[in-house]
Design a binder for this molecule. Structure first.
Ligand code: AMP
Length: 407
């Protein structure tokens, strides 16, 4: 593989996989273009260096959201909705053509006729069965469109799909590489995993322990402190004999979390759990609330956020860290009444970064939303664009989108 700067791009057609899976409203207007903006430096670099760009991406899950007649909704999930906005983002001067197929005669003809400085946006790769099944025939047809392959879709790097992984093998190592976004994601996560400055604190949260088992096991090996907040925490509290009322809990993981606590002790890793919670009488934004001890949540009440004492303890621990990884909210932050814990942790992470010189990696998904909601995105070290991909990277898995480029 080669770094983008080392690829021979002049006069070449660069087949570029990006993650343009942006949210659209009911009028097909883009409501958050972060993912498109994230790919601009790579696109612009290729254009500025005499190349042309063939952009491929997926958008939504067309095969899971079929029309009543059982067919795919080729209008709703079309990348055509993104064409004009891409033109605007590129400054209005670049010619962006849309190909209403990802592969086929028309796409091939358009690609063959490209001139340097031009862009083709291919139709949604997920309209093809071969994409998610990583079929070689589909991957090869994609590969025939370009001379060089660049992957800048970190958000899809954990998928072993034709356009994210299989396609790479049709290019020689010196004809394939990572885009700037992908490279930054890999560099920042690797820095945290391979060479972190201690103390390292990992903040975990979200709904389920079962989604974060591998992450927790990995973290025990190299973090000095692990905070467990959010819905995950109640399984730990119950396993240790606490009463958690109606709080979310995975009963089949009670023994597992006890083992995990034991392992943490053996490795000298401090595992911090909430000591108090904001409990609700129902799972709703307008629920009645009361502050309770985490290990004595009354029947018919459920913990939906961490309480002030937990916020204080967690923030104290964060303030001492030199490396911070955050993956998962502290409560049901989508409801304003239960967003305080997550917001306060976001502030503590930003403060440690700014005042203590800590390196902070926000690991994608809901933690990123929380950081953005609090206007703190520019006060942390790195905000990942990949939810599932970053989680798997931190778990230590080799992601197919990365492995295929590295060869
Ligand atoms: P995850 O995708 O696993 O990071 O989980 C994120 C989701 O966890 C968010 O939608 C939160 O609303 C949810 N969550 C966090 N804390 C709780 C809780 N105490 N009870 C129920 N759901 C929670």
């Amino acid at each position: 593989m080669a770094a983008l700067e080392d690829l021979h791009i002049e006069g070449k057609r660069v087949l570029l996989r990006v993650d343009f899976n942006v949210p659209l409203d009911e009028n097909f207007v883009i409501t958050d273009d972060t993912r498109m903006r994230a790919a601009l430096p790579t696109i612009q670099y290729i254009l500025d260096h005499g190349g042309s760009v063939i952009i491929m991406s997926h958008l939504g899950r067309p095969k899971k959201n079929l029309l009543p007649n059982g067919e795919m909704d080729r209008f709703r999930f079309s990348l055509k909705h993104l064409q004009n906005h891409l033109v605007d983002l590129l400054g209005g001067e670049v010619h962006v053509k849309f190909s209403n197929e990802s592969v086929g005669k028309t796409a091939k003809l358009m690609a063959d006729k490209m001139s340097p400085g031009s862009v083709i946006l291919l139709e949604n790769t997920r309209f093809y069965k071969g994409e998610t099944k990583a079929y070689t025939t589909f991957a090869q047809a994609l590969a025939e469109l370009g001379d060089v392959y660049v992957n800048d879709a970190f958000g899809s790097a954990h998928r072993d799909h034709a356009s994210t992984s299989t396609v790479a093998k049709y290019f020689k190592p010196e004809e394939r590489g990572f885009g700037f976004l992908m490279q930054a994601e890999i560099d920042n996560a690797s820095k945290v995993l391979n060479d972190p400055e201690h103390p390292v604190i990992a903040i975990t949260g979200g709904a389920k322990v079962s989604d974060k088992l591998l992450l927790l096991e990995r973290l025990i090996d190299f973090a000095d402190t692990i905070i467990v907040g959010g819905g995950m925490a109640y399984t730990f509290v119950k396993a240790q004999g606490g009463s958690i009322g109606d709080s979310i809990c995975e009963d089949d993981k009670l023994d597992y979390v006890l083992d995990l606590l034991e392992k943490a002790k053996e490795k000298n890793t401090t595992l911090l759990l909430p000591v108090d919670n904001v409990a609700a009488d129902k799972f709703a934004p307008d629920a009645q609330t009361k502050l309770v001890q985490s290990n004595s949540i009354p029947d018919n009440w459920q913990g939906l956020d961490i309480g002030p004492e937990s916020i204080k303890q967690f923030s104290d621990a964060i303030s001492k860290a030199k490396t911070i990884i955050w993956n998962g909210p502290m409560g049901v932050f989508e409801f304003e009444a239960f967003a305080t814990g997550t917001s306060e942790i976001a502030k503590a992470v930003a403060k440690a970064t700014q005042e203590n010189g800590a390196f902070s990696l926000i690991g994608g998904g809901d933690s990123v939303s929380a950081i953005k909601k609090n206007g703190l995105a520019d006060q942390v070290s790195f905000v990942s664009t990949g939810g599932g991909a970053m989680l798997e990277f931190l778990e230590g898995k080799k992601l197919p989108g990365i492995a295929s480029i590295e060869g």
